[in-house]
Design a protein. Sequence first.
Length: 652
Amino acid sequence: MGLLDHLLGFNTAFMEWLKPELPPLFSKMTLIDKFLFLVIHTIDRHYPWHRLPVFLGLVYLEVRRGLHQRYSLINVGQAPMSIRFNPSEIPYRTANGEFNDPFNSDAGEQGSYFGRNLAPSPNYDNKKSKSNPSLNDPHPTLVATKLLARKKLVDNGTQFNMLAGAWIQFMIHDWVDHEEDMDSPQVELVAPSSVSSACPLKSYKFHPTKQYFVDNYEVPIGHKNIRTPWWDGSVIYGNNSKTLAKVRTFKDGKLKIGDNGLLQISLEDGLPISGDIRNSWVGVSLLQILFIKEHNAICDKIKSSHPHYSDEQLYRYARLVVAAVIAKVHTIDWTVELLKMDTLYVGMRANWYGILGKKFKDAFGHTGSQLLSGYIGMRKPENHGVPYSLTEDFVGVYRMHSLLPDSITLRNINDTTSKANKIPQIENEIPTANLIHVDGEKLLTKVGFDALLVSMGHQSSGALTLWNYPTWMRELIPQDVDTKDRENLVDLPSLEIYRDRERHVPRYNEFRRKLLMVPIKNWKDLTDDEDTIATLHEVYGNNVELMDLLVGLMAEKKIKGYAISETAFYIFLLMASRRLEADRFFTSEFNDEVYTKEGLDWVNNTESLKDVLTRHYKHIIDQWINPDISAFSVWSADAPGKNLIPILFRIP
Ligand code: HEM
């Protein structure tokens, strides 16, 4: 600590009174940030922000986000500055994500490195060694069997439906996928005898994550992202020019879609044609179909005003618009349903529109202040001095396979007698395992888009909690990068435990400490549930430091209205803004010159998934969803009641 800190008493009675558990980052902070940290830390310990009136909760979140922007972004393996270019010469999203950051043309391209929010753990103490002594402590299959495997499906009630569950996978397939090491021998995990009788696979093999030695003292090893991390719609357009060429018709800017209104099937390899189809299922295909239609409708709209535009121009404009519509739906619709509390409702809308709101922004434009007018349309992109990427920690908190149920409840949408509360009759149950990969697409042709959409709209997703990881994913056929089924099945929950350890993502308690949160001291700090405590004890003994990130995220007591843990939320808080503010197409280039007037209006007039669905499937929305609810909540749910207290003054 510096002299100034001493003078101001950070080492003395004040600190003694606070008794904070200072995170490792504290010593690196500026004086003012130390002060800000102590304020949020005191709130964390004495009166959590989510119980504060909305406006105070927002101040807390803004302060916390600022600290994370300054201390929770670590560059891995990318040159902080690289080739500059003139953005006006490339006013469109490229096929592989390069040429977005005007000061660093490579940032966010396919094959760039995952960054980090938190310093790796355990440290990489020997640059030449790939070994990591804690990989099997305790055995990943033991953790998966005792703590993750589904006993009985727990769902999210009416808050979050299966469209919401598929949506986040749709986003994951836009953002992240780790490159595997195809040259090193496969890793084999053999179930310990104590649990093997309860494991569908007694042993299985998989490829390790590919490691690159990068010249960085703090993080000497990097992993590459084979998807473009920008919010650029690559789940529909692909991550490189080869896939892009496959999905385009090269006529009027449009994308391919089957005559039956589903994904077109390639005559070459029998696979569905879309940007990213690896390890996918019909839930994701459904959203791909929706946004292909959206893309094609935007092409028509722009062409109607600019009949001379070429195929290439129309494609480029439509892609910009689709990516922005997806980002907007995610920000002000999906996330609002995921984190259902007034503070987040205001906060997420503020990310897009600023605290002055939509009406003000529509009328007067962007004020120049992010706080007042949001990230969208800011004068310049902001990466906080760290080249844009998504991070290892981000991947760790997005491990949400428990959202998937054991089966999809198929509804009969032709039964006109059963419209009470818009709930269609149940026709049958289709095992989710039958809806994945190519077989899933075949089944979709029988079930039909409309029936699947309504069925998913009416079905709650699985809750993110312990003992809720789908059993069918314990013997899953994974796919290779060419979307071919692999020979070796995997036990996905244990593989996920292994992956976080292999990639040196801190375990839960260290994750919290590094994320400026109060760590837990014992199991009771995590949960009140006696069964959970007993099993945690059985697996990890008394050592709370050993608990894996995924287990902690699932076990943590949730904030009222939250479908995810608070620990995961802080990574979202930082990275959701970063995806917007670091991208020139959401900031300096969000204007009608780059998007066209028609394109910009399209984005500005779309507020929700329901708006997009209504454009293409109006008959379904009119018939099967209750009014005034989000398309991400269960479609028969009641609309929330009116609250006369101004939202900023409400107490959650
Ligand atoms: C039927 C649906 C799904 C299938 C078949 C599937 C399958 C897989 C497979 C095989 C992997 C690679 C595991 C590895 O080698 O490390 C994976 C990774 C992953 N999945 Fe899923 N998954 C599905 C749904 C979801 C959902 C709903 C989410 C929700 C967020 C999700 C999030 C992730 C994440 C974050 C990763 C890690 C990506 C990376 O390592 O870069 N998946 N999934």
